[in-house]
Write a protein that binds this ligand. Structure first.
Ligand code: ZN
Ligand code: CU
Length: 475
């Protein structure tokens, strides 16, 4: 009689805590890890991980996969990197809870009207379960979505009554399984919100649990003020906070992570603060003429009126049309773009910061997406750990697993220990690498051998093999 359902044998286990690698077998029964040690007993099935690393499945803490988990539940872009959990609903944008509408930017990052069909968080969570994605899903409620659901005029801050209504929607969503609340104060539909509005809503989580994540009001010249606003908001609401995709954007701000990171570290003495980042010098979001900066390269990722321009630089398109880049952007919208707005030294400093988690911020709707969608996690392991030597492999794994689960308070995820869900990645540390590039972004990464999700083999031989994802719960 087999003692276990599955044993991952002879691998080098990096458990996600940041601790050193250990040679061990990992045994699984049902959805859970049930034993870790040398020479474990017989199993119905064995994966030989000789020469390979066995780590917890990667947690992509910053995604916009809200629609993708429904429309493309294989989630190949993510599971092929070793990702076993995605957190959706970031940057203030979620599909629920809101009545059907023609979404304004940036809600268009998730699709058009046909995607906005979830008047309650319960209905969205049920739809995710029914779609059965290959990976687990943690859901945040977007502030911009709540504003659109409740307010008739987005150019002002919410009244007390409106804030109360949004808070009630957040509470209802938390009860339906959401794990937190996100804002995108940078974006126009949320920009008029003040600190009082966000505090009034987020304070619901002081009572009911949950995390606040924010795409801050300003990541350019106002980045320090925005950090102050973010921390004041979280202190007043008495909730933990995550600064999304931390960066110092625009040539005038390059190098300023030398100021932001020490300020964040000092503030962490008084409150719980996390960060996420992706390993690239370019960001990506909707295209907006107001954000076009001719000093940096901008590349078009989707365009409704001009799909033939996708994948080309805005400067080329503007030259071809004989107009300025801003005017070209005005013609191309609704559209998305990649903005080469960061400096490599800043990216490395942010990635190295002890409380920075890895989050892709990949955009699934884009026809020619930023390569972070398919490459983020292997790029950290291959480029930044093996080639650059930015930090040890166990530190990188911690930033993708144990740290992420602890920061987002995910129940029984993120580390290899008895009783935890069997979300595991088996990969080759000598070859793991991203293949997606800005020119050819739709490429599976290399070196990912097996991915297990809740005890099932979800990815092997380069293909999705099972769809065993669940909605993740708060601890
Ligand atoms: Zn964002
Ligand atoms: Cu985002």
């Amino acid at each position: 009689m087999a003692e276990f359902d599955l044993v991952v044998a002879n691998g080098t286990v990096i458990d996600g805590t940041g601790g050193p690698p250990v040679r061990a077998d990992v045994a699984i029964s049902g959805e859970r890890i049930v034993a870790i040690g040398a020479g474990l007993g017989r199993a119905r099935q064995t994966i030989d991980a000789s020469g390979l690393v066995v780590s917890p499945g990667f947690i992509d803490v910053h995604t916009h996969d809200d629609s993708a988990v429904l429309n493309d539940p294989k989630m190949t872009a993510k599971i092929s990197q070793g990702v076993t959990t995605v957190i959706v609903g970031n940057c203030g944008i979620s599909l629920a809870p809101i009545a059907p509408l023609d979404p304004p930017a940036p809600l268009t990052l998730l699709g058009e009207r046909e995607m906005y069909r979830f008047p309650t968080m319960r209905s969205y969570v049920d739809a995710v379960r029914e779609a059965a994605p290959s990976i687990n899903v943690g859901v945040l409620v977007g502030h911009t979505t709540l504003r659109l659901a409740v307010m008739d005029d987005l150019t002002r801050a919410a009244t007390q009554a409106e804030a109360n209504e949004m808070r009630a929607l957040l509470e209802d969503s938390l009860a339906a399984g959401a794990i937190g609340f996100s804002t995108g104060l940078y974006y126009k539909p949320a920009n008029a919100a003040n600190l009082e509005e966000v505090v009034a809503i987020a304070a619901a989580m002081h009572e009911h649990g949950g995390i606040y994540t924010t795409h801050m009001r300003n990541e350019h010249e106002g980045v320090m003020d925005s950090l102050r606003e973010t921390f004041a908001t979280a202190r007043q609401a008495q909730v933990p906070v995550v600064v999304s995709h931390h960066k110092c954007a625009g040539p005038d701000n390059w190098g300023r992570t030398k100021d932001t990171l020490p300020y964040i570290a000092a503030s962490q003495k008084d409150q719980k603060i996390g960060l996420d980042a992706y390993p690239y010098v370019a960001g990506s979001t909707v295209l907006d003429a107001d954000w076009v900066d001719e000093r940096i390269r901008t590349m078009v990722t989707w365009s409704t009126p001009f799909p033939e321009m996708v994948g080309r630089d805005l400067s080329d398109i503007a030259a071809e049309w004989g107009v300025s880049q801003k005017d070209a952007a005005r013609r191309l919208v609704p559209a998305g773009a990649v903005y080469f707005q960061m400096q490599e030294d800043d990216v490395r400093r942010v990635l190295s910061f002890p409380s920075t988690m890895i989050g892709s911020d990949g955009l699934q709707r884009d026809n020619h997406p930023h390569p972070r969608l398919w490459g983020t996690f292997p790029r950290v392991l291959g480029h930044y750990v093996r080639e650059v030597g930015l930090f040890p492999l166990e530190t990188a794994i911690h930033k993708m697993t144990g740290l992420s689960a602890a920061t987002f308070n995910l129940k029984d995820r993120g580390t290899i220990r008895n009783g935890a869900f069997a979300d595991l990645v088996v990969f080759d540390p000598a070859t793991v690498a991203d293949a997606a590039t800005f020119e050819a972004p739709l490429q599976k990464s290399r070196g990912i051998s097996h991915v297990l999700v809740n005890g099932a083999i979800g990815f092997r031989n380069g293909e999705v093999a099972a769809r065993a994802g669940q909605i993740v719960a708060r601890a």
